[in-house]
Design a binder for this molecule. Structure first.
Ligand code: ADP
Ligand code: MG
Ligand code: MG
Length: 497
């Protein structure tokens, strides 16, 4: 364990709280005694080890393959981050509306195909997904039972005071397991040290993501209605974030007595079989629910084998989470199309819901708008350029926005269709203790709130449509990207103010 001094960013403006009699806010970390921080850090590291708040350690070769080998605590923030309760409520209220929106959009095959067709021409990955989707349209395949496990991510924009959506994930929404543990860790720390800090552990909202995810899996499995069937988790060949996944399926087995298996796409190709009636068997066992924690990035499809597996599963009667149309409905291109005037109205009935959803849309544009391109070239810092990718680390920022826009303009190719442009959101930065590899750094950091949503329906019957816990991620404000697994951010929880 080591405590490192602040790595710069010590603007005098950050030291205003000194001497104030107010209780210490979660964001006001300057007044906290070093000795207390050391004690909390030690306790937090012990707590993480004892409670499974762990990931595979990069420095251990087998840690991504073999559970129980080479574990390290997941990166976390030592204290929860302050977040206004009103915005938290707003994000919770809107979650079921987004669930419904994804479902409605997924049923509009023509909208998905038309919106993504230009992108598909220049982006091979999107093109392959579109191929599968159009095959399903041709087959007239209906998904009667539809399962959505989504996470809508937001940042609180400092200038406008608006909670703005970063993106809506419909595939592989990660950290339902570990995010709950971080909330518990913070509650435990505040339970012991809250008095000295002037913080009340009850202000950290209960995080029920793992229980709600497991419950909706159990319900989907029950809808499929074969007690011998299994839930199949599609995983990458190496996965350091495996414990987050294992938490989910541990709860599913312990609480609901539903069994699951883990398979890579290549294994599904080798062991999978479609019965004439459409039932999916893998390794001789019937699969009722397929849950993708892989398959969202081109890297997951190194050969035709993986694409065959994806198609096989899509054609089957198994409940896919997500189905190909749910997957496409969560692309950044569709996010941008939904933000156009009059589009939400096609999918949502209530004016109130439409207004709520629209309120959290940031500026989103396609690259065929010359006025906005010119603005972005002149002021690249105010925009983010995004390709149709997931998993972090793919976006373009700052001067690179200008360079790429000018290059695409000059080349005059269709490459513009691979990207969308988004208004850059600037959340307020505050000093934070970030803990990684047992080392605590103090730095200025910004946070991104993810709100999980679960949705299950069978034909006309909506069985589940809920907000289902949250993920807070915090990263040093000088970093553009925010992925925890990608090494940019730490897991965090929320201290309601
Ligand atoms: P991915 O699907 O790869 O997670 P995101 O759209 O979430 O893609 O972008 C990755 C990260 O980039 C986000 O977690 C966030 O930190 C940052 N980011 C994305 N869009 C914006 C934006 N409009 N303004 C500021 N930061 C952004
Ligand atoms: Mg994403
Ligand atoms: Mg993201």
């Amino acid at each position: 364990m080591a405590l490192q001094p602040s790595s710069g960013h010590e603007g005098s403006g950050m030291k205003t709280q000194e001497g104030q009699s107010n209780p210490v806010l979660a964001s006001d970390v300057h007044n906290i005694d070093q000795g207390l921080i050391e004690k909390m850090l030690y306790d937090a590291l012990v707590w993480s080890s004892l409670h499974g708040l762990v990931v595979g350690d990069r420095s251990s070769q087998r840690s991504g393959k073999m559970p129980g080998v080479g574990m390290v605590h997941a990166p976390f923030s030592l204290l929860p981050t302050s977040f206004p309760e009103s915005y938290w409520r707003q994000a919770c209220e809107i979650a079921p509306i987004f669930n419904e929106l994804v479902d409605r959009v997924s049923l509009d095959g023509k909208f998905l195909q038309d919106s993504l067709s230009r992108t598909g021409k220049v982006d091979a990955f999107t093109s392959r997904l579109l191929d599968i989707h159009s095959k399903m349209l041709q087959m007239g395949k209906n998904e009667d039972i539809r399962l959505g496990l989504h996470r809508s991510d937001y940042m609180l924009d400092q200038q406008t005071n608006l909670l703005l959506q970063i993106e809506l994930n419909t595939i592989s929404s990660s950290f339902p397991g570990l995010s709950c543990l971080v909330s518990e860790l913070h509650r435990s720390l505040l339970g012991h040290y809250g008095e000295s800090l002037g913080l009340d552990s009850k202000r950290i909202p209960q995080n029920t993501a793992v229980d709600q995810y497991a419950e909706v899996f159990a319900k989907a499995w029950a809808e499929y209605n074969n007690p011998r069937s299994l839930v199949m988790v599609i995983v990458q060949t190496e996965e350091r974030n495996m414990y987050d996944q294992h938490w989910l399926f541990h709860v599913l087995r312990e609480k609901h007595n539903v069994k699951s298996i883990r398979k890579t796409l290549a294994e599904v190709d080798a062991q999978g079989e479609l019965k004439p009636d459409g039932r999916l068997f893998v390794d001789g066992q019937e699969i009722s629910v397929v849950y993708f924690r892989a398959g969202y990035t081109p890297n997951d499809y190194p050969s035709e084998s993986e694409w065959r597996a994806r198609l096989l599963m899509e054609q089957s009667l198994a409940i896919k989470c997500p189905s190909i149309s749910y997957h496409l409905a969560g692309t950044k291109k569709i996010q941008q199309e939904l933000a156009k005037a009059g589009v939400l109205e096609r999918y949502l009935d209530s004016q109130e819901d439409i207004a709520e959803v629209r309120k959290c849309f940031a500026g989103l544009w396609s690259l065929d708008d010359p006025v906005i391109i010119q603005k972005a070239i002149e002021n690249p810092k105010l925009f983010v350029m995004k390709p149709q990718r997931e998993g972090g680390g793919n976006n373009i920022y700052n001067e690179d926005v200008k360079v790429n826009l000018l290059r695409i303009q000059k080349e005059g190719t269709e490459e513009d269709a691979a990207y969308i442009l988004m208004q850059r959101i600037f959340p307020r930065a505050s000093p934070t203790f970030l803990v990684r590899d047992g080392i605590c750094h103090k730095d200025h950091a910004v946070s991104e709130l993810g709100v999980y949503g679960t949705y299950l329906r069978n034909k006309e019957k909506v069985i589940v449509n809920q907000q289902s816990g949250y993920l807070m991620r915090t990263k040093v404000s000088s970093s553009n990207e925010g992925g925890v697994a990608a090494g940019f951010a730490v897991l965090d929880s929320m201290y309601l103010t």
